[in-house]
Ligand binder design. Sequence first.
Ligand code: GTP
Ligand code: MG
Length: 220
Amino acid sequence: MLDLRNIRFALAAHSPADFPRDGRPQVCFAGRSNVGKSSLLNTLVGRSDLARTSKTPGRTREIHFYSLAERAYLVDLPGYGYAKVSKGMRRQWGRLIEAYLTDNDALRLMVAILDVRHDPSSDDLDLIAWLESQAIPYVLALTKSDKVSNNVAANQHRRILEVVDSETTGGKRDDAPSERRAIRFSAKTGEGRNELVRTVLRALGFVPATDSAASERLSQ
Ligand code: GTP
Ligand code: MG
């Protein structure tokens, strides 16, 4: 059985030459600086100490690969859209992320993380449009849901999907808005954790799509 807590830091990639090439399936996590990528990853695996979290935006500068049971990788991408880093630095990050995402046969899913309180930024929308143009499967995680009431979160959930739908063409039109999935999430309360665990394990090929009871057990 796969235990999500069976995870260890594997490597930090500073350049594409560092990327693992062992063919193990990967799920990556991306979002703006400070949106809560590392916190989400820690909550997902139930290990508060795995990925470093910080009040200082732009903390994670390399691509961090975490080995899951030596059978897969969870991948923490550096945050984008942080204004205070130099243009050169931003270009370098962009190139690294783009190299990671381009023609990556091992990548099964991106968890694209947005703050549930805010409309998607132009950087967020660029990323989503790019994922759609490259046909990279993704799910939206709308994080920090504990910071607003359920009502506000539900309204924002709807609104974010509307904005994404109106601002990205998707390249092809078989991606109806209802097909875009968004999971409300909180690293504080654990809201959305089980659903995200199921989604990630399924993307990695670890849980039969129909066996939700087993995936619940796996995620405990
Ligand atoms: P970078 O690596 O710098 O891009 O940041 P990140 O996206 O990894 O964000 P990180 O997980 O470090 O979280 C940033 C800040 O938001 C920290 O102060 C976290 O404690 C806080 N935070 C993250 N997720 C949540 C959440 O779901 N609820 C609340 N209340 N705070 C959160
Ligand atoms: Mg981080």
